[in-house]
Design a protein around this ligand. Structure first.
Ligand SMILES: [Zn+2]
Length: 306
């Protein structure tokens, strides 16, 4: 990673991750991990995760929690039993111990990483589980109302990458879901109005989301570690800001996140196309920083300073 030494006179600025704006499930929350750490997908943001109880299992790719709260669960009944079974299988009792699952038992799904109360929040878990692993459902009519930016060949088939405004219903739903997965605060309305959203659609699912915005300046990252990145406070003229990036786990490693970023670089500002060096991420998570390096970004920006 390219880090620029900071000028001796100005102390580095430390950007910490911002706290999630809203809790996800009625049950005690667990921290969401960074999504997509070693592949292409998810960047972004930051939110300092509140101190929560330790997560039993090491989240492998994505964390989930999310998509849950706003909509009262239209969970698909056919999937729920299977999810529960899978979750139950993962929680193996230690030797000489017996686990008895009763209503109200709190457990964590290792696939979607959501902690929920069995028998109480099962529908929330089923809905979240499906969205995290399979994507947010969308109809062709809904996706056809967006602008087709490009398409990305995948190992099987291809993804259509659409550009849309943040205001449309399905777009907002997908973005809200991503915010929860990334444990990121919801963007203020005035910021959303300046954003473009790039949605990767395969079949009838939104499987990837990138949120971009024209910005004015950003700061060079000089060090990143843990939950914070250290930046040179000098403001550098920077035209493109990336707020969020997320790809469902099953499609990571196929270049989908980079394809969405390329689309954002070429379409966020009408008539202009930017290079990765002209872009900045908003306080990225660990996974986000990996994506930054992969795409060639060395700057970060503050969402409320544009
Ligand atoms: Zn799950």
């Amino acid at each position: 990673m390219l880090f620029t030494p900071s000028p001796p006179s100005t102390p580095p600025k430390v950007l910490k991750r911002r706290a999630t704006s809203e809790p996800t499930s009625p049950s005690p929350k667990k921290p969401l991990a960074d999504v997509d750490t070693n592949r292409s997908s998810s960047p972004l943001t930051t939110s300092s995760t509140p101190k929560l109880p330790p997560v039993p299992a090491k989240p492998k790719q994505g964390t989930l929690l999310g998509f849950i709260t706003r909509k009262p669960a239209t969970a698909r009944p056919t999937k729920r039993p299977r999810d529960d079974e899978l979750a139950e299988k993962k929680v193996k009792p230690k030797r000489n111990e017996q686990l008895v699952f009763t209503q109200g038992t709190r457990q964590t799904c290792k696939q979607c990483n959501m902690a929920w109360m069995r028998g109480v929040d099962d529908e929330l878990h089923a809905q979240h589980h499906s969205r995290v692993l399979d994507g947010v459902p969308v109809t062709k009519a809904q996706s056809f109302s967006w602008t087709l930016a490009t398409s990305k060949p995948l190992a099987k088939g291809s993804a259509a990458i659409y550009m849309a405004d943040y205001t449309a219903g399905k777009v907002t739903e997908a973005c809200d879901a991503v915010d929860r997965v990334l444990s990121a605060a919801t963007l203020p309305t005035e910021v959303r109005e300046k954003c473009k959203v790039f949605l990767a659609v395969v079949g009838t699912r939104i499987v990837g989301v990138a949120v971009s915005q024209p910005i004015k300046h950003a700061m060079a990252v000089i060090e990143d570690s843990g939950d914070a990145v250290k930046c040179d406070p000098k403001r550098l003229p920077t035209p493109l800001g990336i707020h969020r990036v997320f790809t469902v786990p099953s499609l990571r490693g196929q270049g989908l996140a980079v394809a969405m970023l390329d689309a954002a670089a070429g379409h966020t500002v009408y008539g202009r196309s930017f290079k990765p060096e002209e872009a900045a991420f908003s306080q990225p998570t660990e996974g986000g920083r990996k994506l930054m390096r992969k795409w060639g970004v060395t700057r970060v920006f503050e969402e409320d300073d544009q």
